[in-house]
Design a binder for this molecule. Sequence first.
Ligand code: A3P
Length: 286
Amino acid sequence: MAQDYVWYQGIPFPVVYICPEHLKAVHEKLVLKDEDIITVTYPKSGTHWLIEVLSLIHTKGDPNWIRSVPTGLRSPWIESEVGFQTIKDRKEDPPLITSHLPIQLFPKSFFTSKAKMIYVIRNPKDVLISGYYFWRFTNLAKKPESLEQFFEWFLQGYVPYGSWFDHVRGWMSMREKENVLVLSYEQMKKDPRSMVERICGFLGKALEPGELDLVLENSSFLAMKENKMSNLPCIPEEIVPAGFKITRKGITGDWKNHFTPAQTQAFEETFQKKMVGLPPELFSWD
Ligand code: A3P
C-alpha cells in the first residue's frame, strides 16, 4: 500500500475508493432526498446486518434480492466514489444509502431534509476487536501489527474514520430528531423481532407476521454468513483476500476474550472522559 490512510479534515480514511476531493463534494454538494433511508455507523457496528434487514423489509422477507445483489450495491456508501456513482446511476427504489462519515463531514443537505437515518451503536470494546480483525486482514487501510498496537490506535482515533468516541458523540446530538432512529447492536442481538418492528414503525412500513418471520430468518447471522452477497463479493482479492467474511463471530462481549485487565481499565478511563455528559442508557451493553 503506497499510503497508510487518506487524510481529510484531520480524519484518517481507508485508501481504497476514497479521496479528499470526493469527500468535499459529498459534504458540500450531495443532495439527499426526503425519501432516502440512510444507515450510518462507525465501522464494525453492524452496518451490513442493518442493511440486510432494510433490504428484506423492502422485499417483505423475500431473499432473492439479498442473494443476488451485493450489500454495497443495495445500499451504497456515499463516501466511496464507486458507491456514489451507483447512487447516481440508480433508477429504481429502494433509496437505501450507507455511510460511516462523522457528522461534521456528512452531506449538509441532510440537516434540512426529511431523509430517515438509522444510526447503530455498538459496545466500542467489541467494535475495537471486530475492527482489529477487519483492518488487519484486509488491505483497505493501515494494518496493525498487533492487538496491543491497534488498541492504542483506537483510543487515539488513529484508525479508519477516526475516533469512535467523536463519531458517536457527534451523531448522538441528533438522537432526538424525528427522522433519526438510534439502535444498538446489543438490542438487535437480544431481541431482533422488536428491532425489526421498531424499524418498520420508524419507516412507516407494515409487514404481515409471516413476512416479519422471513426478514428475521434471512437476516440471521448464519443466513448472512452463507450469503456470498453479504460478504464483500465485489472487492478485488488484493484488497479483501478470498475467504474473508464480514460475518466473523457476530456475538456480544468478544472483547472479554481479548482485553487484559489493564486494557479494560485504560479503556474505561478513556470512555468516561470522552463520553461525559451523555446519558448512560445510551450505552447499556454490559
Ligand atoms: P464481529 O467481527 O464481532 O463478528 P459492520 O457490518 O459494521 O462491518 O459490522 C461487522 C460486525 O457485525 C461483525 O462483528 C459481524 O460478525 C457482525 N454481524 C454481521 N451480520 C450479523 C448478524 N446477522 N447478526 C449479528 N452480527 C452480525
